[in-house]
Design a protein around this ligand. Structure first.
Ligand SMILES: C=C(O[C@@H]1C=C(C(=O)O)C=C[C@H]1O)C(=O)O
Length: 663
């Protein structure tokens, strides 16, 4: 083997390369602003998702030639594009509101330097290339007063968090203010345990934190019961306390970025219960702003409806009539009038649009009170995704003919088309299935080796390698089967899930018996109720009350009617996010192997709006898999489940089948 070049030398090369990358990114940003200027002149929308798709598809191909995998290229470019779109929006918004163009903004926010509000405010100013003068406040009321009185230009108020939900106090403050909402901004909240430099987890006795981070990290804290919690009025106060503490026994929950301002280091990161933990802030100012029509806009309003039955429905019907999409609805009590509610609505529309103006006029006629709190650019940039067919092969244009209804079923069962004509589309994170969206799901039986050395790093690395392969093969979700056999499932399942999420794969946990439910519901993105449980009415009803999507597998002895009856038990409990899975039924063909019941597939597609996926792996020998997939696809199944043994290398065949599915 050739001797490697000296480490220092290689590192210098990497440093140089990183500098070049930064210069290139800065240059790309500059060009993106140039594009914004053209769009200002031509009055074109800022976002052009078609252009983004083409760009991503080209980069994925070019990246592959250089040995960079698609997943890596896409996630990098999604962040680059998000930055580009938000900068363009900030530019155009500034141009439309010249009075807001200043050298510096004085911003009132909760807490002190280092708090999440502070980070959100500094991000907002950076994007506008404005210097920030920060005015830390003790309460939301104080923030509002600072802006109302002219001491601050803007106030930052946290309005919701993806794990802990809406922040009610802020809604209450908004009822009484004369300020307008002029912007929103979302930041990634990544909670770390912050200690003095060099301190270790074993030394920590007290944790200082604001109640919000405490509730968002409840799982971590419940696993570390010895830690004593001290509530603080902000994350900044918590960090300050640790900074001032005489020894290494104190820690705070906060961001690594904020902690650095207090000379604190991260002892552990990723403390939040949810992988995606984001907080959305609204920006308030004395004067409302105009949003140029090229920008996606949001209008927030509050209203009190009449006290009669159906008053809220009537108001919402006005939105429907004007094709106004409501992205959020909150209700809060009106102080002094018990049992009366004020409703807060976020509507995806520009206040100056015709639809919104007409809608507002009509709402004024039927409400007791209505006030627009503001219209501002929407800062959520939904990442553009490439379809699996684009990732794997050329775009698919030859869609099979729509099957005409066989045996139309007029029964009003919830699964039926008579009940709901439109095909159901089930969403879970980046995964969508049904109504034309095809899904490829791998079913992984957790191997003996993983069971034996479950905590060992080697087993997890082996799992990660397989997961990477599954992602590259085109799967979107992975069913973990055999979790209940893991000796310390509580410890290992979160790690497996984290690995799957790293590769944007959903974690589906198979339910073999009723006792699997608590663990699975805690850790899974979706549940897979195995065929064995299809007749377990109690379990079906329980799954029907859950808020997460479910797969229901057909029992291999169940008739079509029994399968449908089981779906009814689930749907009647409230959970409408149901995907059927048929893995074959017993017939006379072979006593040991099930047969794929394609007649039922035709019936289900004709009679039900629910998506159905087929698992052909039990039914036939491997040679016929590709052929079988062609048949399943012709009959309009919404996807496929493929069994994949972790230790066996069947990945090439799986790849062929998935490609066939998307062809
Ligand atoms: C830069 C542009 O604006 C937006 C940002 C893009 C980018 O950063 O590549 C691509 C398309 C648009 O959504 C453009 O339209 O080209």
């Amino acid at each position: 083997m050739q001797k490697p070049q000296p480490l220092n030398h290689t590192r210098e090369q990497i440093t140089q390369l990183d500098n070049d990358l930064l210069s290139l990114l800065a240059e790309r940003r500059r060009l993106s602003l140039e594009v914004a200027r053209s769009k200002e002149v031509d009055v074109r929308p800022i976002r052009d998702t078609q252009r983004e798709k083409e760009l991503l598809a080209r980069l994925v191909t070019a990246g592959r030639e250089k040995g960079l995998d698609a997943h890596y290229v896409i996630s990098l470019y999604q962040s680059i594009i998000e930055d580009s779109v938000l900068n363009q929006q900030a530019y155009l918004h500034g141009r439309a509101n010249p009075e807001t163009q200043k050298q510096q903004y004085c911003i009132a926010y909760l807490g002190a330097r280092g708090s999440y509000s502070y980070l959100a405010a500094s991000r907002y100013c950076q994007r506008r290339q404005v210097e920030m003068l920060d005015l830390g406040c003790q309460s939301f009321d104080e923030i509002v007063q600072a802006v109302e009185s002219g001491h601050a230009d803007y106030g930052f108020l946290p309005i919701e968090n993806t794990s802990s939900g809406s922040i009610n106090e802020v809604y209450d403050v908004l009822q009484h203010t004369s300020l307008s909402i002029v912007g929103e901004t979302t930041i990634e909240v990544s909670h770390c345990l912050l200690g003095k430099p060099g301190s270790k987890l074993s030394e920590i006795k007290t944790v200082y934190a604001h109640p919000q981070p405490i509730s968002q990290c409840s799982r971590y804290l419940s696993q570390h019961k010895a830690l004593r919690l001290e509530y603080c009025s902000s994350s900044a106060e918590a960090m300050e306390k640790v900074n001032q503490s005489p020894d290494n026994s104190a820690a705070a929950i906060g961001s690594a970025e904020g902690g650095a301002l207090y000379q604190l280091e991260s002892i552990e990161s990723g403390l939040a219960n949810q992988k995606i933990n984001q907080s959305r802030f609204i920006v308030v100012a004395r004067k409302a702003v105009a949003v140029p029509e090229q920008l996606p806009a949001k209008t927030t309003l509050i209203m009190a409806t009449g006290q009669k039955a159906g008053a809220l429905v009537e108001a919402l019907l006005v939105l429907k009539a004007h094709q106004l999409n409501m992205s959020k609805l909150e209700s809060r009590p009106i102080p002094g009038t018990p049992w009366e509610e004020m409703f807060y609505l976020d509507i995806d529309a520009n206040i100056s649009s015709e639809e919104m103006q007409q809608g507002l006029k009509q709402l004024e006629r039927i409400t007791r009170f209505i006030k627009v709190l503001g219209c501002y650019p929407c800062e959520t940039v939904k990442p553009t995704q490439l379809s699996n067919s684009q990732l794997l092969i050329e775009p698919n244009t030859s869609k099979a003919e729509v099957i005409s209804a066989v045996n139309p079923d007029p029964s009003p069962y919830r699964f039926s088309k008579a009940y709901k004509a439109q095909a159901s589309e089930i969403h879970c994170g980046p995964f969508t299935i049904g109504a034309g969206h095809i899904g490829a799901i791998a079913k992984v039986t957790l191997s003996k080796s993983l069971l034996q050395q479950e905590s060992s790093q080697a087993a997890l690395s082996a799992f990660e390698r397989r997961v990477k392969q599954l992602k590259e093969t085109g799967f979107q979700a992975v069913i973990l089967d055999g979790c209940q056999q893991l000796a310390s499932a509580e410890a290992i399942i979160p790690k497996l899930r984290q690995t799957l999420h790293q590769y944007d794969l959903l974690c589906v946990i198979a339910i073999e018996q009723a006792t699997d439910m608590p663990l699975a519901t805690e850790h899974a993105d979706m549940l897979f109720l195995t065929g064995k449980q299809m007749f377990n009415q109690t379990l079906l009803a329980q799954a029907g009350t859950l808020p997460i999507p479910l797969f229901l597998e057909r029992n291999d002895m169940a008739s079509y009617e029994e399968f449908m009856a089981a779906t009814e038990t689930i749907l009647s409990q409230g959970n409408q996010q149901l995907i059927l899975c048929d893995s074959g039924i017993r017939t006379y063909n072979n006593a040991n192997l099930p047969t794929l019941d394609l007649a039922s597939l035709i019936l289900i597609k004709a009679n039900s709006h629910l998506p159905i996926v087929i698992n052909p792996c039990y039914a036939i020998n491997e040679d016929a898999l590709v052929l079988q997939t062609q048949g399943i696809k012709q009959l309009k199944a919404d996807g496929i489940v493929l069994n994949y043994a972790l230790e066996e290398d069947t990945i090439a065949l799986m790849g062929e089948v998935v490609r066939e599915l998307y062809r």
